[in-house]
Ligand binder design. Structure first.
Ligand SMILES: Nc1ncnc2c1ncn2[C@@H]1O[C@H](COP(=O)(O)OP(=O)(O)OP(=O)(O)O)[C@@H](O)[C@H]1O
Length: 280
């Protein structure tokens, strides 16, 4: 059986761990963004954290490891970009002078077909990205993992050496507790400390009266935070503009505007993450 989508970059070169180590050694901090299930806002959080850190002056890379639905190129309005491939390796796509991206989505010839890869090929392409992407010197590499806490995201995360911390993204239903517990177990298996939880889609601000509306029955995230002694880093409301911003690729413009609630929430989130990491 042939694979339905052919990656642009040849996978024939044999993996060599030292090359991966050489590339990743130049990165000061590697942060995993993960979630117990799909569609909770993991890529949204990864993209905005990367932008926020870059706006604070850090050199940031964002690696989209979501093999089944790589959304980072769309969020940045860069779906049609093709990374340069040279003797040195694959060059990440530059969004700002100090923010660059790499996504499996950039390496697919046919972006509209569903991505159905067998296990070894999936691991192969992630290994290839870790080995061959020439990030240069970075202060942060933000890694957007595939959703879930099963064997596949675990094996992918295990390919990345010396991860500094994980951020768990969840929504506020009661099942948050289950989801957060699974994510903590996942981080433990990787020996990665949990930095904190992002409570996403936490209510909605009424567009007429400005008062908060609780959409889901809340309490699960607070309980998880207390039970596991892990801080809630930020509560993000349901923001109807987000899907539109992401589809149009204007997320970065929103973050450059300093007067929206969405931007302010992320500004606080980024400052909290920075504080936790640099006080360690
Ligand atoms: N706070 C929010 N308010 C409104 N929409 C949101 C919010 N957070 C995320 N979304 C939207 O929800 C959808 C899923 O978000 P996202 O792709 O970030 O989730 P994910 O967890 O990465 O999903 P996947 O499982 O596909 O990896 C997107 O359309 C995004 O625009």
């Amino acid at each position: 059986m042939t694979d339905p989508v052919q990656p642009l970059v040849s996978l024939s070169k044999k993996s060599t761990e030292p090359q991966m180590i050489v590339n990743l050694r130049r990165i000061k901090r590697k942060i995993l963004i993960m979630s117990g299930k799909g569609g909770v806002g993991k890529s949204t959080v990864a993209a905005n954290l990367a932008i926020g850190l870059a706006l604070h002056g850090y050199r940031v890379g964002l690696l989209d490891c979501d093999i089944h639905g790589p959304t980072i190129p769309t969020i940045f309005g860069m779906e049609s970009m093709k990374p340069e491939v040279s003797e040195e390796g694959i060059m990440p796509v530059e969004v700002l002078p100090n923010l660059s991206l790499m996504s499996i989505g950039f390496l697919l010839e046919d972006k509209d077909s569903p991505i159905i890869w067998r296990g070894p090929l999936k691991m192969g392409i992630i290994e290839k990205l870790l080995e061959d992407v020439v990030w240069g010197e970075l202060d942060f590499l933000i890694i957007d993992l595939p959703p879930g806490t099963g064997d596949e995201p675990l094996s992918l995360a295990q390919l990345i050496p010396n991860i500094d911390g994980s951020i768990l993204v969840t929504t506020p239903q009661d099942v948050a507790l289950v989801s957060v517990r699974k994510s903590i177990g996942f981080s433990k298996k990787l020996n990665v400390p949990v930095i904190g939880i992002v409570d996403n889609m936490h209510g909605l601000v009424c567009p007429h009266c400005g008062k908060p509306i609780e959409v889901f029955r809340n309490g699960g995230v607070e309980k998880a935070s207390k039970d596991f002694n892990i801080p809630i880093l930020v509560r993000l409301p349901i923001e109807p503009k987000v899907a539109e911003m992401e589809d149009k690729g204007t997320v970065i413009l929103e973050m450059l505007e300093h007067d929206t609630e969405w931007q302010k929430n992320f500004e606080n989130f980024v400052a909290t993450v920075e504080k936790i990491l640099y006080e360690k």
